[in-house]
Design a protein around this ligand. Structure first.
Ligand code: HAX
Length: 435
């Protein structure tokens, strides 16, 4: 058994037993009430699932197994000569709750490299699509096309015992994560570079190799990719992509089906697609104004125009967070360190000065601050990755780390089929009448 799997097995066996005992004694304890506003309002704040890799605090932001982003940036192992964390280290942390050593992370890099071969039929399926198919459609389809490789599906068909579900899910998670950069890079190169593909460089780590296969040779871009793929990985279990993976996985659909569900949710403009919408919004503003150096007053006018057209300001607001997103801050810190002066980065920073005041004054926006998607586009454009319809695929490659580590845990904990209760509006009216 490989060292990560062995570690996971030990932890999962202990936590499974602990949670069974905990539920036997405390299963009837009430953890919260549900109001009608929550029933109608997208279940905000309803505690209804266990998700151990990360937890979100409305004011402080995300913590991965207790570590916030600045701590991860300091404590996770790094590639030689780089300041940014290796996402392999975050996956290890999320899966087993321990910060890995550099040797452990190097092992994981090698392990993913061994598992990275993508089936030929996936490339053929992608090639059958028109190149103007949205990259997220291609990504989701490519993931489902690889389901033919699912260890879980194969072993299930052979009569696998329930106690082995986690093992097969672990294998699928590792295989999928290993293959995603290759698949994503293939989509990028076929869509935007005439199918001029780049072979992997096996001397590089997972994120740097991804950058290499995209055709991005700049070392700072490789650093950015390591940071990007780390900070987008997880945002506790209730966000739409994570919850979609959790729900689909709960039917014992394998990791391929489950991840594709999550990617389909990530492709919505209120969720992951916001990263493309932000830079599109900025490009459109610059085009309308005829400058890439708009003043704060010009930005404010354009924000007001957008709101008057009854559209949202992409990259601002959040369903849970009530402060600026630390993932936004991490990207700002990166830009301050690596990029001296860049028009689009400056626009993002000027928006940060202008937008919260305008959204706050509307009186209805619960969090007028920037979220993760407000900054990423300007950084990518700076290094030459300007094709913004690809941005959500980058997010998706990262999100796989969190949601798949959680899926392995779900199968180890024996979590059942998810099945909340819905009610009709007539039921609600009757309920109110009876009160
Ligand atoms: N611009 C304009 N209006 C906004 C807004 C924004 N950025 N954010 C919220 N509002 C509005 C809502 O549309 C809602 O208006 P109505 O009552 O007229 O419907 C009102 O303010 C209250 O919304 P809320 O409670 O503050 O926010 P929600 O929890 O309902 O929604 C969203 C959270 C992230 C979907 C929302 O803030 C939004 O649409 N933001 C812009 C899109 C975006 O950046 N999405 C990415 C979020 C982070 C993420 O998941 N990344 O992947």
């Amino acid at each position: 058994m490989d060292p990560l799997k062995e570690k996971f097995k030990k932890k999962a066996t202990a936590l499974y037993a602990e949670s069974k005992a905990l539920l036997k004694e405390h299963g009837d304890k009430v953890v919260g009430e549900v109001t009608l506003t929550q029933v109608f309002g997208g279940m905000r704040g309803v505690k209804s699932m266990v998700w151990d890799p990360s937890q979100l605090d409305a004011n402080e932001g995300i913590r991965f197994r207790g570590y916030n982003i600045p701590q991860l940036r300091e404590l996770l192992p790094k590639a030689d000569g780089d300041k940014e964390p290796l996402p392999e280290g975050l996956f290890w942390l999320m899966l087993v709750g321990e910060l890995p050593t550099k040797e452990q992370v190097d092992w994981l890099t090698d392990e993913w490299e061994k598992r990275a071969e993508v089936p030929a039929h996936t490339f053929a399926a992608l090639d059958a699509l028109s190149p103007d198919t949205h990259p997220m459609t291609q990504f989701s389809m490519a993931i489902v096309s690889m389901q033919s490789e699912s260890v879980f599906a194969k072993r299930y068909a052979e009569g696998m015992s329930k106690t082995d579900y986690w093992d097969a899910t672990y294998e699928d998670a590792m295989n999928l994560i290993a293959k995603l950069p290759r698949v994503a890079a293939y989509i990028y190169r076929r869509t935007f570079h005439g199918g001029n593909h780049i072979e992997p460089d096996t001397s590089l780590d997972w994120a740097a190799n991804f950058a290499h296969m995209l055709g991005m040779k700049n070392k700072d871009f490789m650093s950015l990719m390591r940071l990007y793929l780390t900070i987008h990985a997880d945002h506790e279990g209730g966000n739409a992509s994570a919850h979609s993976v959790h729900l689909t996985g709960s039917t014992l659909s394998d990791s391929y089906y489950a991840l594709a569900s999550g990617m389909n949710a990530l492709a919505g403009p209120l969720h992951g697609l916001a990263n493309q919408e932000v830079i599109k919004w900025i490009f459109e503003m610059c085009e309308q104004l005829g400058t890439t150096k708009p003043t704060k007053e010009q930005i404010a006018d354009y924000v007001n125009q957008t709101l008057a057209a009854r559209k949202v300001i992409p990259g601002y607001g959040h369903a849970v967070l009530r402060e600026p997103d630390p993932r936004f801050t991490a990207q700002k810190v990166f830009a301050e360190e690596y990029i001296k002066d860049d028009d689009y980065v400056n626009i993002v920073w000027n928006m940060f000065d202008v937008v919260p005041g305008i959204l706050g004054a509307l009186g209805k926006v619960k969090n007028p601050n920037p979220n993760v998607d407000a900054h990423s586009g300007a950084l990518l454009v700076h290094y030459g990755l300007k094709e913004y319809s690809f941005y959500t695929v980058l997010f998706g490659v990262s999100r796989a780390l969190g949601v798949l580590s959680a899926l392995v845990w779900s199968r180890a904990m024996g979590f059942p089929l998810e099945r909340p209760k819905s009610v009709t509006t007539d039921w609600v009216k009757e309920f109110i009448a009876k009160q």
